[in-house]
Design a protein around this ligand. Structure first.
Ligand SMILES: [Zn+2]
Length: 287
């Protein structure tokens, strides 16, 4: 899925290009990705001006007067800008054309492409979030002010699963995907298979700090690179997708290991399975 740093960049570019523009055309190639909780179809948006674009959980929400179009790109969905009329139909699910002047011809087409057709786009009445499965997951938004070290440690304390499985649980944390789960655990020097109950309070604090740092740094990097919105920038990551290559910190070969339903990339030296390399400073006698 696009992860939060990607979504932030996409939303910022969508806002720049489309807010204030009127939707003047629509095309649907893969109806399976569309869900309507209102009577009608995408043509309901025609003639309406896009008032806002924002992220809500892992959805990108296009706010029109009366309706919100909320898109969850899931694994493979991407947005792409195309000049109106330009043929580039590969993996197209649906498209909305926008005019630059009120009542004018489409100047740019926003295309949603999804070669796995796993993503979902919901057309709902404004703010009818409860109509969307998975929108209100209950997880704490890791980019919000509510995501404090205290809140994170109290979530962690009640978990019986492995730390990487916990990081990916959208009912707890909103939200971290496979790529950044690996980067966060590398930053915190924690082995991905470690059970949450084995982590000390200091580990929890370090893990919280790693989430904040990795996400902020990645968001800044993705924004600075300013690639087209359909491009996922991943080449700056330290361990994800780098199994078989040397660790950027210690040179040990990065490995991939199965954790839960997915594969994790990690450095066996920086993230040892045993906890013996970690010194619990709070337990040392005070000099
Ligand atoms: Zn290393």
């Amino acid at each position: 899925m696009p992860e939060l740093p990607d979504l932030l960049h996409v939303v910022s570019r969508l806002r720049e290009r489309l807010i204030g523009r009127e939707a003047v055309s629509e095309r649907v190639k893969e109806p399976v990705v569309l869900r309507f909780t209102v009577r009608g179809n995408l043509s309901l948006l025609l003639g309406r001006t896009l008032g806002d674009v924002f992220r809500k959980s892992h959805f990108v929400v296009f706010r029109f007067e009366g309706f919100d179009l909320a898109v969850n790109p899931m694994l493979a969905g991407r947005f792409r800008f195309s000049e109106a009329g330009k043929k580039d139909e590969a993996a197209l699910a649906f498209a909305l054309g926008f005019s630059d002047v009120k009542g004018g011809p489409p100047a740019v087409e926003l295309r949603y492409v999804d070669d796995k057709t796993m993503g979902k786009a919901y057309l709902i009445a404004n703010d009818d979030w409860k109509a969307i499965p998975g929108m209100q997951t209950g997880g704490v938004d890791i980019l919000s002010r509510e995501f404090t070290a205290e809140r994170f440690c109290s979530l962690l304390k009640h978990r019986r699963d492995q730390v990487r499985v916990f990081l990916l649980d959208k009912r707890a944390l909103d939200s971290i995907g496979n790529a950044y789960a690996d980067e966060i655990l590398f930053e915190a020097r924690i082995h991905p298979k470690t059970f949450c109950r084995k982590l000390s309070h200091d580990d929890g604090l370090r893990l919280h700090a790693a989430i904040v740092k990795v996400m902020q740094d990645a968001a800044a990097e993705v924004a600075a690179r300013d690639e087209p919105i359909e491009v996922k920038v991943r080449d700056f990551l330290s361990v994800r997708g780098r199994d078989g290559q040397p660790c950027p910190v210690c040179g040990t070969t990065i490995r991939a290991v199965r954790v839960g339903d997915g594969d994790a990339c990690f450095c066996p030296t920086c993230q040892p399975a045993t906890r013996s390399l970690f010194v619990d400073w709070s337990k040392l006698p005070r000099g």
